[in-house]
Design a protein around this ligand. Structure first.
Ligand code: MF3
Ligand code: CO
Length: 254
């Protein structure tokens, strides 16, 4: 079921999204050669708590045999696509890191992600991040009333592939707000004019994951970290969006 949010629910989601965006901007300033992903996790969690909110990913269960997600953020470096578990990994010059944050406050959720350079990175890695971010905005533009969900998917895929990169197929965006993951699923590839209709009051997370090489991914032995099959880098950008007055409004801004 796709939830259409009430005005009051939207106010709560807006608040969680603002904290999400602020946490990401804070993290971005801390990304430097020598910092560990665990330190970044700590910074984000403290910031979220100081806003009387909860880190939404912590304790999240994906069902099946893997452990509940043990951290506040996902920190995915280079060939790690998403769901990298923060730990003792020290960031090195030339790496790119994708940071994903989820916040719950008053029972409502916000979800966003971005990729950032560690020190000096190659031109191709910079282009990977730029294309991924732009593909998110191209997808968001399609989130208008009377369009369908796969109009977003198609637009993202088209742009990414035209730029010579590949779009991950095994993971999707999603409805968000009352729960971290709600219907509809929002793939980053698909056929124009298909999928559920977009309506005012829908809140959705659009999140292209773009690989420099092949689109295939695998899950690590930890049960969470998603890696590219070919070991080439991947980037990830995500916003929570509200469809309002027929148009998309980005909620994960500060
Ligand atoms: N933004 C990611 C997603 O929507 C983060 C989920 S991490 C998890 O899947 F631990 F909560 F699963
Ligand atoms: Co998400």
């Amino acid at each position: 079921m796709i939830y259409i949010k009430t005005k009051k629910e939207i106010d709560y989601i807006r608040e969680s999204c603002k904290i999400t965006a602020e946490a990401l901007q804070l993290l971005k300033r801390y990304v430097k050669v020598g910092i560990t992903t665990k330190e970044l996790d700590h910074i984000a969690e403290e910031y979220i708590k100081s806003n009387n909110a909860v880190a939404a990913f912590k304790g999240y269960s994906q069902g099946g045999p893997s452990i509940d997600y043990p951290a506040a953020i996902c920190a995915s470096v280079d060939d790690e696509v998403v769901h990298g578990i923060p730990g003792n990994r020290v960031l090195k010059n030339g790496e790119i890191i994708s940071l994903d944050v989820g916040v719950k406050k008053n029972g409502y959720f916000g979800d966003a992600a971005l990729s950032v350079a560690v020190g000096e990175i190659s031109k191709e890695k910079q282009r990977l991040m730029d294309v991924t971010e732009k593909s998110l905005y191209i997808g968001i533009e399609q989130a208008v009333v009377d369009n369908k969900v796969h109009d977003i998917s198609y637009a993202v895929q088209e742009y990414v592939e035209a730029n010579g990169f590949s779009i991950v197929r095994d993971l999707c965006g999603h409805g968000v707000g009352k729960y971290l993951h709600e219907e509809p699923s929002i793939p980053n590839f698909g056929k124009k004019g298909s999928g559920p209709k977009l309506k005012n009051g829908m809140t959705i997370a659009i999140e292209p994951m773009v690989n420099m090489g092949k689109y295939n991914v695998k899950t690590n032995y930890d049960g969470w970290t998603v890696l590219t099959i070919d070991g080439l880098p991947s980037a990830h950008f995500e916003h929570t969006i509200l469809v309002s007055n027929g148009k998309p409004e980005i909620l994960t801004v500060c």
